[in-house]
Design a protein around this ligand. Sequence first.
Ligand code: UDP
Ligand code: MG
Length: 324
Amino acid sequence: MAESRPVLDIVAPFLNEAQSASAFAALLDKLEAAVAQLFGMDVHKILVDDGSRDDGAERFSRALSGSWEIVRLSRNFGKEVAVLAGLDRSRGDMALVMDADLQHSMDTSLKMIAELVENPDIDVVYAQNDRREASWRRSQLARLFYSLINSSQRFDIPENAGDFRVMRGAVVRALTSLRDKRRFNKGLFAWAGFRQKAIQYSPESRATGTSKWSRLNLIAFSLEGFTSFSVIPLRIISLSGMLAALAGLVYGAKVFFEVMFYGIAVPGYPSLMVAVVLLGGLNLTLLGLIGEYVWVTLSESKDRPVYIVRDVMRGEMAPDRPPG
Ligand code: UDP
Ligand code: MG
């Protein structure tokens, strides 16, 4: 037994990816062989079944080899939480987080691991999607989102970077110490700090299955990012409220003088309607936004665990650890 070899944990969440099970297991095998050969590291695979409704876990358990475990969550908690569940079980010197849908390649993974092995000054290497295929409108929206969210804090959330990354054990422990229930990993990664480095990559196209991100999901996700990492929306609210009040005051004064000196009796019913509808709409929107903050506060204040483990399947070579 080579006790002293460093260990790389590979964390991969999956939801209804039965079709890619054997291909992903094969990719992990190749990755394991390469990591052993190039860096002299052992690999432990931690897959997280995020409440799949297909037989993905069974298929993965048949296809995986070497040291592995599959953490089955009691239901779907979302990818952000599934990643946490995997990282919680990571005890290695480094952890690689990747998707199980074959969109994250072995090449990029090896490049990131190499950066970390060769450069002791870096703690995290993340893959930055060069987004060649994204539409102009979408990329402008993303840019706006990041510039807004980054305008008020001491750390920057990098654009186009997701969970696909390699980090040292210390970073994993820092991240798992953040028990936010409504998780926005991009924000948490940035908040945790450490010396980070980006490498460029373009994701493979999905081999099978479909992306779990609908347009509505994306909007909800952005709101989560905003409300848990930025006070800017609240500032915009106060500012626009003050501006509207000021405009109302000026307009009121104008009407007052007109009535006093020219005797015009309440003209401009249309402008009144415009003001009422506009302000009403603004009010509702901004109330909704404040509601988001209240909801975040409420869900964080309930003392519930972030996720619940149904059971843990493990390969024969996996270290024996209690579930949960
Ligand atoms: N995933 C998950 N839970 C979810 C949604 C997705 O574990 O609620 C997994 C999914 O199986 C995949 C990874 O997270 O391995 C990335 O999801 P997806 O491919 O849908 O996202 P995209 O690549 O489109 O960003
Ligand atoms: Mg994907």
